[in-house]
Design a protein around this ligand. Structure first.
Ligand SMILES: Cc1cc2nc3c(=O)[nH]c(=O)nc-3n(C[C@H](O)[C@H](O)[C@H](O)COP(=O)(O)O)c2cc1C
Length: 350
């Protein structure tokens, strides 16, 4: 079942429109500077994040594993992460913790020298959900990290998706205590998957001891949307309805980056399509930007296709920096932006 679901997620994200209906990144505008004051070749986009040096503020977001095409996707992404000196995550590893035959679809990335890697486990799996699954404890968390040579263990918060999928885990009591327990021994990255994080959530996670936050905001890939297509294929009227109603639910990624600034390092994932969006993410206060869906089609094709797409994004980032007079990522961070459109409705300023 899980294996099928992973294949279905890849297929639906490749073939269907699963994006939020409004792109909030387009509401942020840079102020053009006609005289940069330095040469384009002087621009430095390297960063330090979670104690690691990356050649660019770019994280390939965790997407897959646990199925045949997932292995190829993870390997193609890993080749690119090594070559470009950027970070990468894998998709949820619960399947491989339970079925050893699935391990290599994740551990395939061990063959590559990637400067920052995160493993991935779902928050609902940290507590008993019934169905015979053992909750993931510190030992299982370590195992997930070793499987991919991880620097961090991402715990993904995906209750919106759990609601919209037929096999969803809806027990949530005790999750923050479980995250606190894991954080006492393991470096945890708390990661939303499309609904964004509020300040209240960010503070709770900080108090729980997590090392960083991936805000995973609304406006990009919507798992409610993904589940609409799965529900339609399965004739599940309730899930289809829930998926449609909550398609655009959540805190937009740029708003969430600002809300989540509670003194932890922040990754902005959700709806980033190009280097202009990446620049906007840094300018609103993220340490790095995460890309998922934009890389899926090249990742199905070849490692070269992934490298090419990311190089284009990084070139766009440098162009923004040149045209705004930001010589390095520090100068880009917290740069003044003009805010327009719906983002203003949230009333969140610096
Ligand atoms: C096919 C697919 C599978 C995904 N699976 C996972 C997963 O297993 N665990 C997770 O934390 N996030 C998962 N995500 C969410 C991404 O990491 C990311 O947060 C989300 O897609 C938003 O980024 P985007 O708008 O650039 O696609 C998945 C995304 C896609 C497209």
């Amino acid at each position: 079942m899980i294996v099928n679901r992973k294949e279905e997620h890849l297929r639906i994200c490749l073939e269907r429109d699963v994006t939020g209906r409004y792109n909030y990144w387009d509401d942020l505008r840079f102020i053009h500077q006609s005289v940069p004051g330095f040469d384009m070749e002087d621009i430095d986009i390297a960063i330090d994040v979670f104690g690691k040096r990356l050649k660019a503020p770019f994280i390939i977001s965790g997407m897959t594993g646990g199925c045949e095409s997932g292995k190829a996707v993870n390997e193609n992404l890993a080749v690119a992460a090594e070559e470009l000196g950027i970070g990468m995550g894998v998709g949820s590893q619960r399947a491989a913790l339970e079925k050893p035959e699935l391990v290599d679809s994740y551990s395939v990335i061990l063959d590559y020298e990637i400067p920052l890697v995160y493993a991935n486990i779902g928050a609902p799996q940290l507590i008993p959900q019934g169905g015979g699954h053992k909750p993931i404890d510190i030992e299982a968390g370590k195992q997930a990290m070793e499987m991919v040579g991880a620097d961090l263990l991402a715990i993904h918060l995906n209750y919106l998706q759990e609601i919209a999928q037929p096999e969803g885990d809806l027990k949530a009591r005790g999750v923050i205590e479980a995250i606190t327990e894991l954080s006492s021994e393991l470096p945890i990255l708390a990661k939303e998957t499309g609904a964004g994080m509020s300040r209240k959530t960010a503070i709770r996670l900080k108090d729980a001891g997590v090392r960083g936050i991936d805000v995973g905001g609304a406006g990009g890939t919507s798992f409610s949307a993904v589940e609409v297509y799965r529900a339609m294929e399965a004739g599940d009227v309730l899930r289809e309805r829930l998926g449609r109603t909550f398609w655009n639910w959540g805190i937009p990624t740029p708003v969430s980056v600002r809300l989540a600034r509670v003194g932890l390092q922040i990754i902005a994932t959700g709806g980033l399509r190009n280097g202009l969006d990446l620049a906007r993410a840094i300018a609103v206060g993220a340490d790095a930007g995460g890309f998922a869906c934009q890389l899926l089609s090249p990742a199905m094709e070849s490692p070269e296709a992934v490298v090419k797409e990311i190089e284009l994004i990084l070139e766009e980032l440098k162009v923004v920096m040149f045209l705004t007079g930001a010589r390095n990522i520090n100068e880009l961070r917290n740069m003044r932006l003009i805010e327009a459109g719906r983002i203003k409705d949230w009333g969140i300023r610096k």
